[in-house]
Design a protein around this ligand. Structure first.
Ligand SMILES: N[C@@H](CCC(=O)N[C@@H](CS)C(=O)NCC(=O)O)C(=O)O
Length: 134
């Protein structure tokens, strides 16, 4: 059985999505971002010092990092979702696996935070557009 430590408005949705696609049994422990700071609550830091979501517990182990979690769940519960290593589709699978954290998240977060600065963030708009397009 898998337990997902799920923070609202977070990457943890990727894991929920995967668990549903995999059709495996799981339970969810819900955590709510602080209304003022938008940070995760201390209960999540009590699980692991990183205090980040997603985290899962599986086979008596705590696992962090969304990409690692995806790999571990696929290996055990959804091997049909991963192309074989000698399949040409395997390279594209790897590219997409690494795209989320390697390329997509930095510009998404930059845009999010600079967007919150309003007019004060205007000098950075060129950078955020460039990082989204590069
Ligand atoms: N590289 C980590 C990033 C985890 C992460 O930063 N999670 C965010 C939510 S998307 C979080 O827990 N933020 C709450 C906080 O920093 O207090 C992963 O892919 O799992």
């Amino acid at each position: 059985m898998i337990t997902l430590h799920h923070l609202n408005r977070s990457r943890s949705h990727r894991i929920l999505w995967l668990l549903e696609e995999a059709g495996t049994e799981y339970t969810v422990k819900h955590y709510k971002r602080d209304a003022k700071t938008n940070l995760a609550p201390p209960e999540l830091t009590a699980i692991h010092p990183l205090g980040k979501s997603p985290m899962i517990e599986m086979d008596g182990r705590l696992i962090t990092e969304s990409a690692a979690i995806v790999e571990v769940i696929c290996a055990k519960h959804a091997p049909h979702m991963v192309p074989a290593r000698d399949d040409p589709a395997y390279i594209q699978h790897l590219e997409l696996m690494h795209f989320a954290e390697g390329s997509a998240m930095a510009p998404i977060l930059l845009n999010l935070y600079v967007g919150r600065l309003g007019e004060a963030g205007a000098p950075l708009h060129r950078c955020t557009r460039a990082s989204t397009n590069s």
